[in-house]
Design a protein. Structure first.
Length: 213
């Protein structure tokens, strides 16, 4: 009787193509598998830390593409980009469409993104960009969060960290936390308050369906 060869253990390594970009289908299937285990969050954290800065930029760009944006990389990670790594605009453009400036900060381990990165992105406030998004694979220092939450900066800048990336990997793009900077109500004048309409979404295993209110 011929012995059967031992089964190969599945790998969590995501294939990277010649452009330094994670192979889309395999990467999302493997990342999805990670969340089937108790160690899923730790596996994802290690996976993101082990990416190169260029690969992480492509990872972020892929998710913005899945959220409905056309995304343009400004150049290599070593290129002087003025604090903007990705430029994004909605695929379906209407009178309300606007340009997004996205800065991507990658760290090898537990180092957090500081205020200097926030300041660089804030330099684009009152420009062609109407929203600035700073994405990191770890977290932000207290000082970085403080300056981003200032009343004159909050309408422009949005911080997204590892906790947000875990939702993106799960394709949970449409939960309230993803647009948490948008207020539920706005005071137009003394005694005059208007509620901001909330979208209603229909999720069938993924968040690809939008139902208009």
């Amino acid at each position: 009787m011929v012995a059967k060869p031992p089964k190969r253990k599945s790998s969590n390594i995501v294939p990277i193509n010649e452009q330094g970009r994670p192979t889309t289908y395999l990467s999302f299937m493997i990342l999805k598998t990670m969340f089937g285990r108790k160690s899923g969050s730790r596996d994802l954290y290690k996976y993101l830390c082990d990416l190169s800065p260029t690969q992480f930029e492509h990872f972020v760009a892929e998710h913005f593409n899945r959220m409905g944006f056309n995304v343009q990389l400004t150049g290599p990670t070593s290129f002087k980009d003025g604090g903007v790594d990705l430029v994004a605009i909605p695929k379906r453009r209407t009178v309300g469409s606007c340009l997004l400036a996205i800065q991507v900060k990658h760290h090898q381990r537990s180092l957090k993104t500081g205020r200097d990165a926030v300041d660089r992105l804030l330099a684009w406030k009152d420009s062609h960009f109407r929203i600035g998004i700073l994405v990191t694979n770890t977290g932000f220092t207290r000082d970085a969060r403080w300056i981003a939450c200032r009343p004159n900066n909050r309408p422009f800048i949005r911080l997204r960290d590892f906790e947000d990336l875990t939702r993106w990997v799960r394709k949970d793009y449409w939960c309230r936390k993803n647009w948490r900077e948008i207020p539920r109500k706005i005071n137009l004048a003394p005694g005059s308050t208007v509620s901001i309409p909330s979208p209603k979404f229909l999720s069938l295993f993924n968040s690809d369906f939008l139902v208009k209110s």
